[in-house]
Design a protein around this ligand. Structure first.
Ligand SMILES: *Cc1c(COP(=O)(O)O)cnc(C)c1O
Length: 431
């Protein structure tokens, strides 16, 4: 008997048969364990907000919310997703450098906890929208801090950025509270970077952010009802990396949080996590269509590729390395060969794994990319070659749920129009 990858007892071949490939499979138990692994150790005053950017599927959001996660959103659709998933508005914050008027209006109209503003002109627009509505708009200021974190995959602070307002500028703008009478400046947000795999770096970050928030609140005379310390907790993907230890992390963080809450008992503390919560729970499953060799190298040409999983080709990291991959239907066979795993796109860039150690691959095999629950379809060019986005299945408590249908050719074509040479749009200038 060959050993097969299973999700809560459901064999992957069964999932592939039922839903087709390529396919994302999410394990609800893994998601729960991941959330509780941190939640149960973390100081209770620190709330965990799920960053929908990592995986905006409404069922993932709803499931995480059922465990206790709140939501951090960055677009109108993400906001709508969180609300429809059942997250109460007071457990939602909205951030992003280029929010539209419509998005800001939706924030005020739905009554979310805070709009995180990233520039002073944005605060001015929120002020105007609040005045039109006769409300006070809850606004947290995103700070671009003077300091940067070391050893993060993508450092955010200490550089010119479109994100946040420079620390120096904020300290120099002491009339901010007075200048915007319809804005309720109520908090501070700092996001230091992503893919951090060192517990001590996260503890140091958090300490510095809480200190910055206190100093800002004193300098600007703003009430500190919320401090968002960002997050950026990483997961290991590559050889030589190791996962964060939730115990070590919280042993470091909790005293810092305790110290702060003792001084500011009324302040809501927020940590926003995307990748850390969802990456491990997802597997991208591709069916192998053809195998061949070219100039001595082996190629497994699969039905899925980089149009669904840009993260697996090293976008956003410094080195292109392989995600953990396996032939899912023959897990017990030793990896005796090296395979390039490629997809159906007409570009050499559609290589999801280079020289991956695998057992001999055959057409019909199912190749899985593990740790694929974050920045998959959401961060990938799914319309390349008009393939569209794959199906997504959640397995929870032993049951399978199709949580996103695969795009059909009709789905992909219906928003295009075949032009009529004898007609033109009414708005056109006639000639
Ligand atoms: C992308 C982003 C997150 C989530 O990042 P992860 O690395 O997936 O945890 C959180 N906050 C902000 C401001 C972000 O831009």
């Amino acid at each position: 008997m060959t050993r097969e990858f299973q999700v809560q007892g459901v064999p992957v071949s069964e999932l592939a048969r039922r839903y087709g490939t390529p396919l994302f499979v999410y394990d609800g138990t893994a998601l729960r364990d991941r959330f509780h692994g941190l939640r149960d150790r973390l100081h209770p005053a620190m709330e965990i907000f799920y960053s929908l950017k990592a995986n905006p599927n409404i069922s993932i959001c709803a499931l995480l919310h059922s465990f206790g996660a709140r939501a951090e959103v960055s677009s109108l659709v993400e906001l709508t997703t969180a609300l429809r998933a059942g997250v109460p508005p007071q457990q939602v914050i909205f951030l992003g450098p280029g929010k539209s008027r419509q998005e800001l209006a939706a924030c005020l109209d739905s009554g979310i906890h805070a709009v995180v503003c990233e520039s002073i002109p944005e605060v001015a627009l929120v002020d105007e929208l609040a005045r039109e509505r006769g409300v006070k708009a809850p606004v947290a200021l995103r700070v671009n801090p003077r300091f940067a974190v070391k050893r993060s995959g993508l450092a955010m602070g200490g550089k010119p950025r479109q994100f946040g307002i420079d620390e120096e500028e904020l300290f120099a703008t002491t009339d901010l509270v007075k200048r915007f009478p319809d804005v309720d400046l109520m908090g501070v947000h700092v996001y230091m970077g992503t893919r951090i795999l060192h517990e001590a770096v996260i503890v140091e970050n958090t300490t510095r952010i809480l200190d910055l928030a206190e100093r800002l609140s004193a300098a600007l005379n703003l009430e500190l009802r919320m401090v968002d310390v960002g997050g950026g907790l990483g997961v290991s993907y590559f050889d030589g990396e190791s996962d964060l230890d939730a115990q070590v992390l919280t042993d470091g963080l909790n005293p810092v949080i305790e110290d702060f809450t003792a001084r500011h008992p009324g302040t809501r503390l927020i940590m926003e996590l995307g990748r850390y919560l969802t990456a491990e729970a997802g597997t991208y499953v591709m069916g192998v269509r053809y195998t061949k060799t070219s100039m001595g190298e082996r190629f497994a040409v699969a039905d899925g590729g980089t149009h669904h999983h840009m993260a697996a080709v090293g976008i956003g990291s410094f080195v292109k390395r392989n995600f953990p991959m396996a032939v899912l239907n023959r897990l017990d066979e030793p990896a005796t060969e090296e395979w390039n795993v490629t997809g159906p796109l007409c570009t050499p860039g559609d290589t999801i794994g280079k020289k991956v150690p695998l057992p001999p691959v055959r057409p019909g095999d199912l190749i899985g990319v593990h740790r694929s629950g974050a920045y998959g379809p959401t961060a990938s060019p799914g319309l390349f070659l008009s393939h569209g986005y794959p199906a997504e299945v959640l397995v929870h408590e032993g049951r399978c749920h199709l949580v996103r249908e695969r795009d059909s050719p009709e789905d992909l074509l219906q928003r295009q129009r075949l032009y009529d040479p004898t007609a033109h749009d009414a708005a056109d200038v006639p000639h």
